[in-house]
Write a protein that binds this ligand. Sequence first.
Ligand SMILES: [Zn+2]
Length: 592
Amino acid sequence: MSYLVLARKWRPQNFDEVIGQEHIVRTLTNAIAQNKIHHAFLFTGSRGVGKTTSARLLAKALCCEKDGPTAHPCGVCTSCKSIAAGNSVDVLEIDGASNTGVDSVRDLRDKVQYRPQHARYKIYIIDEVHMLSTAAFNALLKTLEEPPEHVKFIFATTESHKIPQTILSRCQRYDFKLLSETDMVKSLEAIIGAEGYSAEDGVLRMVARMARGSMRDSQSLMDRVLAYAEDKFLKLDDARTVLGVIDSNLFHAIGHALVERNPEAAFDAVEQLSAYGHDLRQFGQEFIGYLRNCVLCKSHPKPQNVLDLPEGELDEIKKVASQAEMTVLTAWFDLMVVGQEQLARAEQPRYILEMTLAKMLQIAELKPLSHLLAELGRAGAGGQGGGGGSSSGSSGGGYRRGSSPVAGGGAQHTYKTQQAQSPQNPQGQQAEQAEQPKAAEAPKQIYKTGEQLGAGELPAWWKALVESSKKIDRLLWGALQTAGVKEGEQSADILYNPGNGVAEKLTQKGVLAQIEKLASDLLDKPYSLKLVERGDEDGEAPLSLDRQRRMEGQKKRAEARQTAESDPLVVAVRKQFEGGDLKVKLACPTPQ
Ligand SMILES: [Zn+2]
């Protein structure tokens, strides 16, 4: 007897033998048992998952001469035997791919009218039905709508989306799943056992993995492994060789090389891949999968639930994943995906792979960033003289919070505190609500004239006066921001630039008097004010609040930048990018 390939030899002869499609088997057998049998079925799913097999089983179940239709066809009657052998005159298997035209369907339509010769039903199994032309589908439609009692249709397709809705809606649809590796391993184990073989650990799983969910593929791969085997024992190395599978240890080797920042080990592994004659594009593809597994292992508390991997393998991946930051893992993944696109087109795939790994190794060098942050955080807690606030913890986050020049949070905090302390306020409108209740509660503050002022500084009473002027008139308050003041013992000159609205406001009836009253209250003595246009001889001094703030802002920005530039973290990061053009950007545009 000639050699029968495993896929044919071990084709399920009964619904019980169908693997991985329990949901379909159950629905079909129930329908048969209850005699609620639709006239058209659509079996959809990837190749090699059991669609045609199930179609034949269904045909057998419907036509079995013993108690048929039955969910358990006898397998020995003429009908069962002829269907299993594929030579039943009443069960017609049509390849949709080679009978795409309307003529084939017309022919079918004509023959549908004749009763079956032997079997109970005339059954049309149309494989790859999505290949039919539109005209063919249209021709089929009428028959599908009102088929003769004795006719059943079973359509199989890998691409159900290509089937017109009109056809789909007239079929009972069954979606076949990809088989899990575990299911395939079980099945392969039974098969090789029955064939008198045994296998080294890992062989069956390797075959199952390569088959990517297709039982038929797993069986044809197994055919090759069996043909290579000696003494009915399947060795892992042999299987790898005959299937061209890349040793999973090579993936782990590269994974470890990356986390340990060991270029030598990484390039050695590439050399090994090359020496074994592996397809580097295939490796790239699989390494993407490996990195994905690392990410899942890192982020899922029970990775075994989402990764169909043997325990040893899973442990190895966990080891690699635990040593790398999540951000680094995902960055590696991105790099590998880009690298893979280049690998696919490259004339020298090895160069591309090596350069991709080199880039990944560079990212790995950033790995200790969090450690670095943690260390710096500890250092910071001991006395970091940064921008404001003190470092609050040993974690990286704590460090960043404490150091205002590089982070927004700390600066924000400092800003608010200062607002509460002083009426000086760059965004007065924002602070208004916060300010007013405080002013009401605070005890009255008495200011003095003649305090020692630095160059261009404004007396405190003036600042308070400008702030209070907001209650009189917001526009006045805005105008006074641009005015300077030259104080004397009993009176002061308000210096203004024409066009800033100061003179316009203060010359309004009663306004100057109100301001003078404010000044007298603040200074607790009678005090008069005079409007003076700022002359050339006055220059910029005394400054206006506006100008003073701008200058302070500039000064503070410069200081903050300098603090940021000399921040140990920034220095460390800059060192990582030696020579790179790294700009320090302040998170808070106007630090306080
Ligand atoms: Zn039978």
